[in-house]
Design a binder for this molecule. Sequence first.
Ligand SMILES: [Zn+2]
Length: 208
Amino acid sequence: MLTDTYKCTKCKEVKLKTDFHRCSRSKHGVVSQCKVCRKIESAEKYPSRKEYFRQYARENRVRINERSRNYGRKNRAKRRLIDQEWEAKHPLDKKRDMLNGKAKKFGLKERTTLAQLEALWEAQGGICPYTLMPLSPRTAVADHIVHPVNGGSNTISNIVFVTRQVSRHKLRLSPQTFSERAGLDFEVVSQRIEAIHCRYKNAWQANP
Ligand SMILES: [Zn+2]
């Protein structure tokens, strides 16, 4: 095939077939004009493709912008849906990423694993230690008990699942300050958190 030659219908030169663009529909497997001739012809047809597209963009700016905006909108919804579906299937992955992202931001070395979070979730039994409200894997928030800015680590012993509402109000407050402000008995809260981590440790040791 490489040694096959073919005569260009334009410049009438006999050239190697590799000097022609391929065309599976044609009898000879290549187009009738050589690459050089095709290039010259297309340059004559479109004096400046760049200028042509620039002009087109100038004249159709509103339409182009609107179209790209619509496309973005359509895909945002689609992307969000894909994200949501993934999150629903893997609720703890997202929480692990959030925790580790936060740890990185505050310069903490420890990283939490998915297995640890799964074990903690089991140990916690779907109850928020602050409010005693039921937790769902999707809406629960994995919270640093002592916030990293106050010296809290990113180890599992400093993490507990709470409701979104607690997370929103606790922010960087210590568990004690938050409990007092929320009218909760801090002693009871800390006992609950301790019990969760005790169950976690036992389960972890039994099945590491
Ligand atoms: Zn030619």
